[in-house]
Every structure is written in C-alpha cells, then in structure tokens.
Design a protein around this ligand. Sequence first.
Ligand code: ATP
Ligand code: MG
Length: 421
Amino acid sequence: MRCEVVAVGSELLLGQINDTNSSWIGQELSAVGIDSFFQTKVGDNPDRMIEVIEQALRRSDAVITTGGLGPTQDDITRDAIAAVMGVELEFDEELAAKIEDLWGSRGREMPANNRLQARIPAGASPIPVQPGTAPGIVAVFDFEGESKVIYCVPGVPWEMREMMNGFIISDIVERSGMTAIIRSRTLRTWGTSESALAEQLAEEIERLDGAGSADGGVTLAFLASGMEGLKVRITAKGPDEDTVQQMLADQEARVRDIIGPIVFGLDDQTMESVVLDLCAEQGLTLGTAESLTGGLIAQRLTSTPGSSRAFRGGVITYATEVKTAVLGVPDGPSVSEEMVEAMALGVCERLGADVSVATTGVAGPDSWEGIPPGTVWIATCVDGEVETQLLRYKTDRVRIQNYTTITVLDALRKRLIARTA
Ligand code: ATP
Ligand code: MG
C-alpha cells in the first residue's frame, strides 16, 4: 500500500507557514508500516491542484490532501477532487445541518458561506470524525482503471491530526490488508545530542535490524523535537494486542537500561507535567523564582492541567533591587551562584513552598557587566537544601530561556526521584 501526501496552500510555497502537516503525516504512516514515497506542495490553483492530485493517484494507492477545505473563495480542494473524480459537487443536507449544529453549540450563528462546506463530490462521503467545523472528505473511486482512495483533511493541524488518528490511519491500514497490529510508544529525553543518542543506541538498533532477530517486529526511531528534546519512538508489530504490548514493554526496558537517566517521560508527558506529578505524589508544593526566564517556567507549569495540585506560585525578579525586596536576597552580583541559591531559598520561604527552582543569567545578545551572554545559573531547593549548576549556552535569547526552563525542571525532577529512591 502506497500513500502520498499533497499539501495545499499558496502560503506553503511562499514560506509563510511551514508544512508541518506533511511531516506529521509522514511520521504516522511510517509508524504503521505504510509506504510513502512522495510529498507534494501545491498552491491554491485549480489546474495545478488537479495535475498534482492526478499524478499522485497514478503512482500511489491512497492520497491524503491537507488544506483548502474552508468556506472561502480560495478553498478549492473540494472542487479539484470533484474534477479528478469526474463528478459534480453535491449539497449534503445532513452535513449542512451538522455544521450548523457545531456553530450553534459554540453559541454562534453560522455565516452563510459555511454552507459551501457541505458540498461533497458525488460518490464521496464526509469523514466520520469531525473535530472542527470543516468536514473532511473520503472517496473511493476508479481512477484510470484502478481503485484508489483519497482523503481530504483541513489544514488546521489539530483538526487534521484528529481525523488522521480517529479514522484515516486505521482505514488505510484496513485497506492495505495488513492484519498485524502496530503500536508505538515514545520515550522523551532531555540532556543529550542526537548524535550521542544515536551512538548509545547503535548496538540496539543493529540488533533489531539483524536478520532473523526474534524482535524483528520492533523498530526504534529518533525524532528531534526542537526545543523539547529528543524522542525515541519504539514501534512494535505483532499478531495481537497482548503480544504487541509485551514487545513494547520489553523494548522500553532495554532502552531504559541504556539511556535511563535522560528519559523524563512517555508519550504525551512533558517535563512540567512530570515534575508536577512528582511533587503531587510526594505531597510537595512548588515555587519558582525567575530572572532570566521571565516567567516562562511558571507559564509552562500553569499550562499543564491540574497544576494547582502542586504549584504555589512564582515571582519574576528581574532588577537586582526587586530580587532583594521581594525575595530578601542579600546584596551581591545578580548573575552568580550566591544569587541563584538565595533566590531558590527565598522563594520557598516567601511563598511557603516545599521545593523551588530559580534562574538567573545573561540572555544576550550583549554581555552584561563583563559576563558573556549565555551564562546561566540555575538552582533547585528540596528539603531546604539548594543545589546549583552553571550552564553556558551559545545560542539566541529565546533558546537560552527555553533550554534553561527545561534544564532546571529536569534538575528538580532528578532530585525528586532521588528523594524517594
Ligand atoms: P479553514 O477552514 O480553517 O480555512 P482549510 O482546510 O481551508 O481550513 P487552510 O485554509 O489551508 O485550511 O489552512 C488553515 C490554517 O491551517 C493555515 O492558516 C495554517 O496556519 C494551517 N495550515 C494549513 N496547511 C498547513 C500545513 N500543511 N502544515 C501546517 N499548518 C498548516
Ligand atoms: Mg482556508
């Protein structure tokens, strides 16, 4: 089964938005063992869209298009698909009512234009999963003498993902005639480089690749996720759910044996959710004292559902006088070990928190009082004891702030784990 992706939208060609949809779909297809040899981007132009979709149908069994399903003039994916199928668009009353209901359930009246979204090529159907107001389309039809399937999903990434996860992936897998079950599990890591990780796991990957290996149905893949660290994805393919889950568990244990300390979470877990869970499990409250990170740590903690179980609050103390006045730190250089230590202790005391994290440093681009940009002090306070660490980054402000945020939370995570070990 070959499946390819066509991303629709002139903004993609102009570089105004990155085509993250195609990358994400590529990852998901490979995880379930569907071959995907081409990805194409095309602007909102009817002739060129038809050309690209026809080309895709000639060389693949299934095509997924993203984008161009909205209600405006330049949303013409529906029209292009109808042209490729050689049919007309038909108005689907049931679908129109559903779209209207969705608007109503959000307390808003549907603009007349949105009725246009209820037009579906004759012979096609709406995708049964409809997270937003834009419906997806699925069509199975004869193209140049062969049966093909085409799926159209909206460009909005979360709507696209819900349709993929809720319908398209399993539909493609079913059509491909594969009977095996495929499941994956992602280990999230922090604190190493992609090449170092690859080196550490090289032997394990070689073992899995080895012909005739008993674990032939298991693969490992690295996914860089920007400022959020590296992911190691384990994918297992087997005859039934129990077998596959056992394969995943065994492989996870093997990987953890090798890179255990840098694994901070699984699948949807984030550094902040893991830290909050550890605090809550141990009945500890958490406070933050931020200079360099300017509230980013508190922001990430509070973006996590249920953060109030552990997070007491945070202070942003930027100017030295504010550090002194608000946290009661003694006078001294603002970017120093003594300062970050006093901040971590001070915030526990002032906010009545059991544990804390603190950051101070020079975000750049310029030096500050002779200290080079990227010089960062972090501290964690657990059970009244402070541990500090000096970090040195050579990168831009935003990255320095983000790396510092995750690194200080990771330091706290390790101490909380050690605390109960
Ligand atoms: P809508 O109903 O919102 O108009 P649509 O199906 O018409 O949905 P587009 O108008 O093409 O989709 O895109 C909507 C938004 O989704 C874009 O502004 C962009 O932010 C995002 N988007 C579109 N295509 C992609 C893509 N390939 N990768 C990542 N994001 C995308
Ligand atoms: Mg649109």
